[in-house]
Design a binder for this molecule. Structure first.
Ligand code: ADP
Ligand code: ADP
Ligand code: ZN
Length: 214
């Protein structure tokens, strides 16, 4: 099962993608997590990506497409995978479709998690992220057992630099301009499904499971 998660920044893509990956035993591939890992390891890719990410802009397509195309051909992706944060532009989606076509494959579901902009800023300022294992929490909607400490791995949580309100507004603009057109793209591919992302996390997840099948 090959799944693409669509939705605004903060819509809950990562939260749902992790639960889907656990249930269906497929890898969760988050390009944001890959970039953040590169930044903390001080790689060349990390250095390049950071200048864009800090401004709320997208990293150029050429820095992300090959990375994902390579990743989905690794052994653990044979039974499927869930892409979270990719594609984010029409050229990225086209590159993915082309690469999969060569392998005789296609995306099975593009899940659009719908959340209006009004809800997003509140969600983002409450988001806390673990840079070690990629888990995300929310100080109100999904708090950790011990404040500031990751339930999964015990490392310290941070408020992402790009989750501050000014940057979130920029990211929402970028989303509407560059990423939202993917809804139409995947509708035309015949694989788009939508869920109401304003509901409780568990309810969003059951709506997704209803679509994917148990
Ligand atoms: P969110 O979870 O809020 O949607 P991500 O963690 O997916 O954010 O992405 C953080 C940042 O990383 C983005 O704002 C962008 O700068 C960069 N990024 C992640 N994935 C991509 C991509 N597919 N194309 C371009 N930039 C990306
Ligand atoms: P994305 O990957 O789309 O950027 P996240 O999954 O990181 O979004 O979620 C953004 C923030 O909102 C996190 O703090 C997360 O805990 C919280 N969140 C996710 N889903 C919900 C939900 N259904 N209701 C309320 N808060 C949520
Ligand atoms: Zn952690």
């Amino acid at each position: 099962m090959k799944i693409v998660m669509l939705g605004a920044p903060g819509a809950g893509k990562g939260t749902q993608a992790k639960m889907i990956a656990d249930k269906y035993q497929i890898p969760h591939i988050s390009t944001g997590d890959i970039f953040r890992a590169n930044i903390s390891n001080g790689t060349e890719l990390g250095k390049k990506a950071k200048t864009y990410m800090d401004q709320g802009l997208l990293v150029p397509d050429e820095l992300v497409v090959d990375l994902v195309v390579d990743r989905v051909q690794q052994d653990d992706c044979k039974k499927g995978y869930i892409l979270d944060g990719f594609p984010r532009t029409i050229p990225q989606a086209e590159a993915l479709t082309e690469a999969l076509k060569k392998l005789g494959e296609k995306v099975d579901f593009a899940i659009n998690v719908e959340v209006p902009d009004e809800n997003i800023v509140k969600r983002m300022s409450g988001r806390r992220a673990c840079v070690s294992c990629g888990s995300t929490y929310h100080i109100v909607y999904n708090p950790t057992k011990v404040e500031g400490v990751c339930d999964k791995c015990g490392n310290e949580l941070i408020l992402r630099e790009d989750d501050k309100p000014e940057t979130v507004k920029k990211r929402l603009d970028v989303y509407h301009e560059q990423t939202q057109p993917l809804i139409e793209y995947y509708t035309n591919e015949g694989v788009l499904v939508e869920v109401d992302g304003t509901k409780d996390m568990k309810d969003v997840f059951s709506a997704i499971v209803d679509i994917l099948g148990a």
